[in-house]
Design a protein. Sequence first.
Length: 280
Amino acid sequence: MARASSVMTRGVVTVSPGAPLEDARALLTGNRFSALPVVDGGHRLVGILTTLDVLRAEVDGHAGAQVGEIMTREPMTMSPDAPLTILAHRLRHYGEKRVMPIVERGLLVGIVTRGDLLRPSDDRSFLDRLLGSDPVDLDVPPPDESRVGTTAGEVMTPVADLVVATPATPVRSAATWLSVNRLSCLPVLDDDNHLLGVISEADLMPDRLSGRRGPPPTRVGDAMTTGPTAVRHDVPIVKVARAMINHRFRSLPVLDDDGHVVGMVSRGDLLRAESPPPKE
């Protein structure tokens, strides 16, 4: 039986409780991390800092805080010997959780992310039974960049820089795109850039304990979430941030006045956004 240790990432990037939140924010946004384990001087796990924690702190006026003041304490953990079936179930079942710290005798020894479970590996049997064996063509977007603005449309990642899916996209390709680019979801569009749905890590997560029966979907159109929440391009980013905090959204499609998708705005986009200079 496959164990957590077979897929976990070792040599994890961590942060200390006394680190300035600004430094942790740079690590999160610069690496497209969704969370950072927080460890003490003995490398014992004392908490986890998520993009949601940082976004909430900034909206509430605590951008100058230290990590330990806003981190999530007593995070869920698992051991290196934990079966992948149970680990995958927990990462899928708990919607906010994308990162599972792996702890042994109180010490952080690695992490497993949803992306780790979707990433092709030498031992492909666990994923292949779920996703099939379609060939994968990678389309890597350009690096993230800071944008100046106060609305969703001004700070979003434009559609030209996005990885997007169609209903006919193989789920194997969508899973690999999500994993390689550290994305939480892809917009699913028609030929006119109308939003048909989103395909997320949770939609594709292998979960043998869910009770689902029948063959797994092979195309995005059969696995995607339909009717996703979207936001207009002119909505202020403060309002977008509060929606992400209240509803735990990770990213939102951005629509123009005619209902076409023009981009995606993520927590990372909001955390990287710079305010425009004051008018003279």
